[in-house]
Design a binder for this molecule. Structure first.
Ligand code: 2P0
Length: 350
């Protein structure tokens, strides 16, 4: 693998694509990313590992506009403003810098995650944007380089470049910033046959009070439990890789559940505390425990919000969904399997 960005600046009058469309799916971490070592470069403190889903794709169209003085961005048909727009323009600036281009872009993004489903759309969103923008600006990037690029939009997006299970390397913390930037990317994880499902229980569709970015910064800065969790997460990752290679879904679930509960413990110990888990979350967690007592392997993971994702066998997914749905009032449930990596649907040259 090249240690350089595989940037190719195409001559303007040859095949440089000026518009491109890409699709990417969200991912759910089984070993969590929580905490950065470098906020500008989106370098995480620890390695993480996730499953890309086969539901809720994001489709992003990027078209270069030689006449425009600024980028124009719509999210589900609504013009982006404020922080959402700023993040996308900052990301496009990075792509333009690498492509040696000053051209502004028109970006249209369609997210299929139901509004407020509590699934971060930043992973699928920046994976799709990185894939489409790189093509539109004529950058010739392999999947590793795309993963590094997507990371600069949102850390978890580095993993959505790949389908199935993917591991995001934190990267080298010694050496130059460039070393660290280049060594932090995701790659596919070998697994034995698992046939897993993630049952996503949406217990609260409202927006969160504290963004994950703010919450992870506060946790790293103030939580006495952060460093112990980060150390144990490294062990969890090693155990997880063995469990995936063995195809041992029960071990995968146990490790994922302890890693997620530990992450939430670090937040609860932050000053002031960050608490995403709600009474309904705990009710769903009780139903997952009951499923296990009844002999169904089911294990929970939660992200920066109150919703619960339950890992189970595909064959048990309908039963798990039924139990979780009836556990708490107003829970909506979605069943996901392993999904594909980000891909270009079309790119049109001059
Ligand atoms: C994860 N989460 O590994 C963790 C677990 C939430 C909890 O990645 O600041 O939206 O854009 O890099 O990727 C959410 O964080 O944060 C996240 P930024 P991101 O999936």
């Amino acid at each position: 693998m090249s240690e350089q960005h595989t940037t190719l600046i195409r001559p303007q009058d040859q095949t440089g694509a000026e518009r491109a469309t890409a699709v990417a799916h969200p991912n759910i971490a089984l070993i969590k990313y929580w905490g950065k070592s470098d906020e500008r470069l989106f370098l995480p403190r620890t390695d993480s590992l996730s499953m890309t889903l086969d539901i809720f794709p994001t489709t992003t169209h990027v078209r270069l506009d030689a006449q425009a003085g600024h980028d124009a961005v719509t999210l589900n048909g609504v013009p982006a403003t404020g922080e959402a727009l700023r993040r996308i323009v900052t990301f496009l600036d990075l792509v333009r810098d690498r492509a040696g281009s000053l051209q502004r872009a028109v970006v249209d993004t369609e997210n299929t995650v139901p509004t407020g489903a509590g699934l971060a759309s930043s992973a699928s969103g920046f994976a799709a944007l990185a894939t489409a923008a790189a093509a539109a600006y004529g950058l010739d990037l392999d999947a590793t380089a795309l993963s590094r690029l997507a990371r600069r939009g949102s850390g978890s997006a580095s993993r959505s470049i790949f389908g199935g299970f993917a591991m995001w390397h934190a990267g080298r913390t010694t050496g130059t910033a460039t070393d660290a930037d280049l060594s932090s990317y995701a790659e596919p994880v070998p697994t034995a046959e698992l046939d897993p499902a993630l049952v996503i229980a949406v217990v609260n569709a409202g927006p969160k009070d504290v963004s994950s970015r703010t919450a992870m910064r506060r946790t790293v800065d103030t939580s006495p439990l952060y460093e112990p969790w980060a150390a144990s997460s490294r062990d969890d990752l090693a155990d997880m890789q063995v469990a995936l290679k063995r195809g041992d879904l029960e071990a995968v679930g146990e490790i994922a559940e302890r890693n997620a509960l530990g992450m939430h413990a670090t937040m609860l110990a932050a000053r002031p505390a960050v608490r995403y888990l709600s009474p309904a979350t705990l009710t769903v967690l009780d139903s997952v425990l009951q499923l296990r007592r009844d002999g169904i392997p089911a294990y929970a993971t939660m992200d920066a919000g109150p919703n619960v994702k339950v890992l189970c066998r595909r064959a048990d997914a309908d039963r798990v969904a039924g139990v979780v749905r009836s556990a708490a009032a107003r829970v909506s449930v979605h069943i996901a399997g392993p999904g594909p990596g980000a891909r270009l649907l079309c790119g049109v040259g001059r």
